[in-house]
Every structure is written in C-alpha cells, then in structure tokens.
Write a new protein. Structure first.
Ligand code: HEC
Ligand code: HEC
Length: 372
C-alpha cells in the first residue's frame, strides 16, 4: 500500500521533472529563463511581461541580497517580487484549502519556528494519516537554489508547489479543485487582482505568488553573519568550532549558503524500508546512487531531525556518523573515504559554532508568519 503511494508520488515528481527537461531541450536562446517560464505556463499567461516592469499598481518587494553572496538563481525578471505577490503567496502557503481535507497547508510541514522544516519529525504527516517518505528540509535562501528536493527532482521554484499539492501522501489535491475553492472567495480574487492585475485565480499566478513568497525568505542575520559583517565576535569555543568546520566540512557545506548545492553520498547506509537511492531516481545513473543534495547548515539547531530521512535526532549523532559511522559504498564521496576524525572536544566546539548559525530574526519575521 505505502509502496504504491510512494511510487505514485515519485511518479508525479518524475512527470513534472520530465516535462521540464523536455522543455529545456528546446531552450537555447539568450533569454533562456524568460522563454522557459513562458513555455511552462504556455496556456495560462502571455509573455507580455518579459520586461521587468511590475504589474500595475504593485509595490516592489525589497529583496535583500546580502553583501558578498553570489547572484541568486531566481528569475526576478520573469516573476518580479512585489509586496502584493509575496503577501498572496503567504496567504496561500498558510491556507489549508490547498489540501484535500483542509488540514494540511504547506505550513503544516514547513513551520516557521523550525526554519520551515517539520519540527521534531523524521517524516511529515500528510492527508489521510499518511507520511512523507523524506524529511522536510528547512526553507530559506531558496532564491539561490537551482534545483529542489533532496534529489533535485524539481528544477524550477515556480512549479515546485504542484508536487506537494498533488502528492497523495502530502496534500492530496488537484489543481482544478484548489482553484475552484480559492476563486469562490472574493477577498482572494481581489488579492490576485492586486498582485497580477487580473482577478482570475490561475495555476500560473498561484505558483508565481507562492514562489515569490519562498524567494523572499532570506536568512542572513545569524550571529555568524554578524561576525562576518564585523558587528559581533565569536567566543573562543565558537571560533575553534568555525576553524574545524572550515577545514573538515566546508568543502561540501560551503559558505555563505553552507551548501555547495551538489549531490553527494555522505556515507549513510541504505534504509531498506524506504529504499531511497536519491539522485539516481532522477538521472537513472548508478553513479548517482545514494547521492542527496547537500543541505544547508544554516539554522541547523532548529531543523532536527537530520538527513534526508531524518534518521539522526541530534547534531552529536550526526558528528558521530562522520567520525565513526561512514558506510562505504561505490559512490561514497572521496572526501569521506576515511571518515572525518573528530575528538569529543572538537564535536562540542562544532556544536558551539552551530548555535551561531541560528537566525532568530528570520524565524520571527512577521512577513513570513501566518497571516492574522
Ligand atoms: C505533508 C508535508 C508537506 C507539505 C504539506 C508540503 N511539503 Fe514541502 N516538503 C516536504 C518534504 C518531505 C520535502 C522533501 C521532499 C523531497 O526531497 O523529496 C519538501 C520539500 C520542499 C521544498 C524543497 C526545498 C529544498 O531545499 O529543496 C520546497 C520549496 C517546498 N517543500 C515547498 C512547499 C510548498 C510551497 C508547499 C505547499 C504548496 C509544501 N512544500 C507542502 C513536506 C511537505
Ligand atoms: C562530502 C561532502 C560532505 C562533507 C565533507 C560533510 N557533509 Fe554534511 N552532509 C552532506 C550530505 C550529502 C548530506 C545529506 C545526506 C543525506 O541526507 O542523505 C549532509 C548532511 C549533513 C547534516 C544534516 C543536515 C540536515 O538538515 O539534515 C549535518 C548536520 C551535516 N551534514 C554536518 C556536517 C559537518 C559538521 C561536517 C564536517 C564535520 C560535514 N557535514 C561534512 C555532505 C557532506
């Protein structure tokens, strides 16, 4: 039973990613991204907004690009962030109507106080008492990501929400049904008009609003960031932890995002009941077996449990894994062939450093909180 559902769920994601890769084959123009967005929503929008001018009457949302960070991947030209669009995205993100039984908004699995991961759950609850097959990752700085999900199976933020909405073990809905519920509400129609100049509730505009909301979520105000900006300083232990981090972890968990966004096998043994081969599900290459997207370590003290299946409950367990629990297999990352030797003192220093990665401004930011 669960296997069938899981397969269906994977099927949906594969379909979306196949659809997108098919589209990508035809993309070779200079205006790649704009062209791509236009095809994605071919039947729903026109390409008339290829320039960056905002929809009439909207206010630009101030996207904060932290200094020294790389250029974001998010296409601000094709989907400019506006205060109205982000606000609509927020309402949708917290709205149970996007799920079949009304109880599972995006926010039920992505909780702000947990940096938008699922608090204290290895797998998350979805409709009809089902569970997801992976741990919900924290959500922040997604504007810098090119691909989404642990296996990178989704390569555009504007289609990502279709996956959870339609997955039978997550929100279990269909887009026509969601659209009919949302458009029955005149206050929603007014918000669509404010954000996009048209009160019609369309899949394209819903996806745009949700992705504006997600792209707006920048987390860059932890103690670590303040130290980088010269506004704070590390304690001796935090500094020791940072040095260990830079020499032993940063080649994959690269600053400033604390991920290099690559897919790697970090030596976890395969959980036979989940049988999750990670990136290989998408590429079908055995060389990608057991590789998963390197997660960011920002807000790491808030996003437990850890790893794609939430198998570790504490950072200490994670560090024990790196120092003594690496499972050797053909695709194990070369950097981890001998594990990462760490003394107990080094582990505690690393954890002191982890605390400096918590961004309490972000988890309390009213702009991302449930609308009142
Ligand atoms: C039932 C729980 C659940 C619900 C509801 C849910 N998600 Fe998720 N979300 C997950 C899980 C689990 C993953 C990891 C999936 C994977 O890697 O295959 C995830 C992954 C993501 C990611 C990828 C993050 C990354 O770092 O790659 C985004 C973005 C996201 N969800 C947004 C949403 C949005 C938007 C909604 C509502 C439309 C939503 N989610 C609803 C559980 C949920
Ligand atoms: C070879 C690349 C690589 C190195 C080196 C590495 N990691 Fe990781 N790390 C990963 C990958 C890949 C994952 C996700 C694996 C999965 O879930 O299957 C991960 C996951 C984690 C997680 C779980 C995060 C979450 O949100 O679930 C933590 C914590 C972590 N690593 C800490 C560290 C620390 C600390 C070091 C150094 C001692 C380190 N890593 C070194 C690749 C690496």
């Amino acid at each position: 039973m669960t296997t069938t559902l899981r397969n269906k769920n994977i099927g949906v994601r594969r379909k979306i990613s196949r659809f997108l890769s098919w589209n990508l084959l035809f993309v070779s123009t200079k205006n790649t991204r704009i062209f791509f967005t236009c095809i994605t929503f071919l039947s729903l929008t026109s390409c008339s907004r290829q320039d960056s001018s905002l929809p009439g009457g909207t206010t630009p949302f101030r996207f904060e690009q932290p200094s020294g960070w790389p250029q974001p991947e998010f296409n601000f030209q094709a989907n400019p962030l506006t205060v109205e669009g982000v606000e609509l995205g927020r309402r949708l993100f917290y709205d149970g109507q996007l799920s079949k039984d009304g109880n599972f908004p995006c926010a039920s699995c992505h909780q702000q106080f947990a940096a938008f991961a699922t608090f204290d759950h290895n797998l998350s609850h979805g409709v009809e008492n089902q569970f997801t097959t992976r741990n919900a990752p924290g959500m922040f700085n997604l504007a810098w990501h090119k691909e989404f999900h642990w296996d990178g199976g989704i390569n555009h933020l504007e289609v990502q929400p279709l996956a959870p909405i339609t997955a039978l073990n997550e929100m279990g809905e269909t887009m026509p049904s969601v659209i009919s519920k949302i458009s029955a509400d005149s206050s929603y129609r007014m918000q669509f008009k404010k954000a996009f100049g048209n009160e019609a509730v369309t899949t394209a505009n819903m996806m745009k609003a949700l992705s504006q909301f997600m792209a707006a979520m920048v987390s860059a105000n932890s103690k670590y960031d303040k130290v980088q900006r010269g506004q704070a300083s590390f304690t001796t232990k935090e500094q020791l932890g940072y040095e260990i981090f830079k020499s032993k972890c940063a080649s994959c968990h690269t600053e400033p995002l604390f991920t290099d966004l690559s897919y790697r096998n970090n030596g976890l043994s395969l959980d036979a009941s989940l049988d999750d081969k990670g990136r290989m599900r998408i590429t079908n290459l055995s060389s990608d077996s057991l590789k998963f997207k390197v997660p960011s370590l920002r807000n790491i003290m808030l996003t437990f449990p850890y790893m794609h299946d939430g198998r570790f409950n504490s950072p200490l367990q994670v560090l024990d894994h790196y120092s003594g629990g690496i499972n050797k297999s053909a695709t194990l990352d070369p950097l981890l062939q001998n594990g990462i030797p760490l003394t107990l003192a080094e582990k505690f220093n690393l954890m002191d450093f982890f605390y400096t990665l918590t961004d309490s401004t972000f988890i309390k930011d009213e702009r991302f909180a449930a609308p009142r």
